[in-house]
Design a protein around this ligand. Structure first.
Ligand SMILES: Cc1cc2nc3c(=O)[nH]c(=O)nc-3n(C[C@H](O)[C@H](O)[C@H](O)COP(=O)(O)O)c2cc1C
Length: 323
């Protein structure tokens, strides 16, 4: 059989430019795997092309290893997911040695999600991370599933500043994004306190404190009583919070500088992500949707690009009115 004739290949049409810069870090697109829902990346190898993601946030890391909470850890609700993981992780030294080299090699921006029970623990963790190849720290002051620390720091402006400022000093080489709690009575006040204490970016929201009761056992499903609610059920509330925080921060004459917002909460489709980008988020994180559909983030990236092409936008910043 003769050789098939060579046809001249037309160059692939160039898609829209999805790049975004957050606190000086360049992301190839605005879709980031949310902390606690993507392990350290390698767990999803073979299920999606991880190299296409804009970024990966690690599972919440603490200075020392944590076994996590006992009892049930996940419980599905209509349109949502309750979790009570309790920050199970191998500790920062083990993360640096055993997980970071492979995670670094996957391609996306690497964001270390830092947690702790005391300010001192956060600070020591930040100092260790400062000397590594991570791109950014996401300071988690919003975990509702631990008895000490976690969300306690994120509910009150003074407590939030009291951990953000020393972490900022302990990790001078790393951009610092603070992850806010939707359970804070005054989210804008906490956000301003974090920015004044040195945050370069803010991410929101972590999970909503919530409850499920086992009617046969006649007691709460979770040993910790409450748990954190995520998934599509929280999306409209999370979106409203991003919109309002964008309004509250960085207005002309405001006492704090404008910082980029990274939005999340119930994003499952490209349309959801676009809503967050139009509400004022510069990028988005996707969590629970990955459990239901591991390739969800790839579909979201492609869907954003398709929407931009259909609307005639060449660059993401042309699409977003609030930036
Ligand atoms: C099982 C599970 C574990 C999580 N662990 C963390 C964590 O370790 N650190 C953190 O900052 N957020 C954690 N989160 C919160 C997510 O990163 C995200 O803020 C939240 O789930 C809302 O996004 P989603 O509705 O897309 O899931 C966790 C969420 C889930 C569902």
């Amino acid at each position: 059989m003769g050789k098939a004739p060579q046809t001249a290949q037309a160059p692939a049409p160039k898609g829209p430019d999805l790049t975004v810069t957050i606190a000086g870090v360049l992301f190839k697109n605005p879709v980031i795997a949310a902390s606690g829902t993507f392990g350290y990346g390698r767990e999803y190898a073979g299920l999606l092309d991880i190299s296409r993601l804009g970024g990966i946030c690690t599972k919440g890391l603490t200075l020392h290893p944590r076994p996590g909470n006992g009892g049930p850890r996940l419980h599905e609700t209509p349109g949502g997911l309750l979790n009570s993981i309790g920050l199970e992780n191998p500790g920062i030294p083990a993360f640096i040695e055993q997980e970071l080299p492979a995670l670094r090699g996957l391609g996306p921006v690497v964001i270390a999600n830092l947690s702790g029970s005391t300010v001192e623990e956060y600070v020591q963790g930040a100092a260790l991370l400062n000397g590594t190849a991570i791109d950014m720290i996401e300071l988690n002051i919003s975990c509702p599933n631990v008895k000490a620390g976690g969300m306690a720091f994120g509910l009150d402006p003074e407590a939030a500043a009291a951990v953000t400022a020393p972490v900022r000093r302990a990790a001078p080489d790393k951009p610092l994004m603070v992850k806010l709690s939707p359970n804070a009575p005054d989210l804008a006040a906490v956000a301003r306190a974090c920015v004044n204490a040195g945050a370069d970016a803010l991410s929101l929201v972590n999970t909503f404190k919530a409850l499920a009761i086992d009617i046969r056992r006649r007691r709460p499903v979770f040993d910790n009583i409450s748990a954190g609610l995520s998934g599509p059920a929280i999306k409209p509330i999370a979106l409203r919070m991003v919109w309002e925080l964008y309004e509250a921060l960085g207005q002309p004459g405001a006492p704090v500088p404008a910082v980029p917002l990274v939005g999340m909460g119930g994003i499952a489709r490209a349309e959801d992500a676009l809503e967050f980008l139009l509400a004022g988020a510069r990028a988005v994180q996707v969590g629970s949707a990955t459990f239901a559909r591991p390739p969800a983030m790839i579909e979201i990236i492609d869907g954003i690009a398709a929407h931009m092409t259909a609307m005639g936008f060449k660059r993401l910043e042309e699409l977003c009115l609030r930036r």
